[in-house]
Design a protein around this ligand. Sequence first.
Ligand SMILES: C[S@@+](CC[C@H](N)C(=O)[O-])C[C@H]1O[C@@H](n2cnc3c(N)ncnc32)[C@H](O)[C@@H]1O
Length: 309
Amino acid sequence: MVSATAEERRKSETKQTGWQPGEVEPLDVGQPYEPVPPPKVHQHQRSGIIPIGNQLYQGDTVETLQSFADDTFDCAITDPPYNIAKKGKKGLAWAFSSHVTMDEQWDAYSTDEYEKFTAAWLSELCRVVKENGNIFIFGSYHNIYTIGAIATRMDLRIVNSIIWAKPNAQPNITCRMFTESTEQVIWICNNTNKKAKKWTYNYQHMKELNGGKQMRNFWEIPVTPKRERVHGKHPSQKPLRVMERLVLAGTNPGDRVVDCFAGSGSTLLACDRLDRRWVGIERDEAYCDIAHRRLDDERRQRRLLKTNT
Ligand SMILES: C[S@@+](CC[C@H](N)C(=O)[O-])C[C@H]1O[C@@H](n2cnc3c(N)ncnc32)[C@H](O)[C@@H]1O
């Protein structure tokens, strides 16, 4: 029997999976939402899929990252699980308020599991982001030291970190400690400490944003406003002001940005507004749905604005 040529194999794979090797159709945000399964790439293929951009994949982050080719993205901005929720237990809750408490099971790991999981996704992320590309990772005191230690062990260059300070953070109900009102962002340049160079930092733009003074790494920005939650609630949704500032600081128009824990799509929305190409990965269908509705609404409003001017 004559074996199939590479071209025949490619055609039959495309037929089975619906994916063109090397590229996928951008998400049409005008269409009703349909979850996008992660692309299927055979293990022996060295180069994976390169999404054109503007695509939200519903699936596991490590598996989906594994299907992308090396050096696919200019930048990553991501907000992994914080490991705040307690396995099998409900978190503390405010009886008479709408404060959001973390008791999500996607956020509950043992310490060992969390370290293994972090090392797995971070090393895949480093493979798919270009050399010297920026990687911004959110965290709180619960997980940021673990992530920082793993990045240090991987000999990644930590450029800086940013403190996002929330002037309207929710009060502490135990009254046994300071009110937690900050989150951190670790800024990594995707290279070793010795070789890291020429990472993107839009210094002038940041300076202008800060009224002509150098931008500091202490950003006082209120928690996500209600108007950004009209399409559904995500317990750790980030405000667009924070996401937009990161996008403006660490990427250029047209750059391809990945968020491998996309949640309600805040990174994707900030990129869409600022003309960066975006790719998101999120496991939960309900969160994908919120992200899609936010993007859809954003584009509808932009279209309206265009026709009215
Ligand atoms: C901290 S939240 C991100 C919130 C996001 N920054 C926003 O503004 O909405 C982390 C997200 O990662 C998702 N997640 C957790 N484990 C995952 C995995 N293994 N693969 C893909 N997504 C995962 C959760 O469903 C959750 O939405």
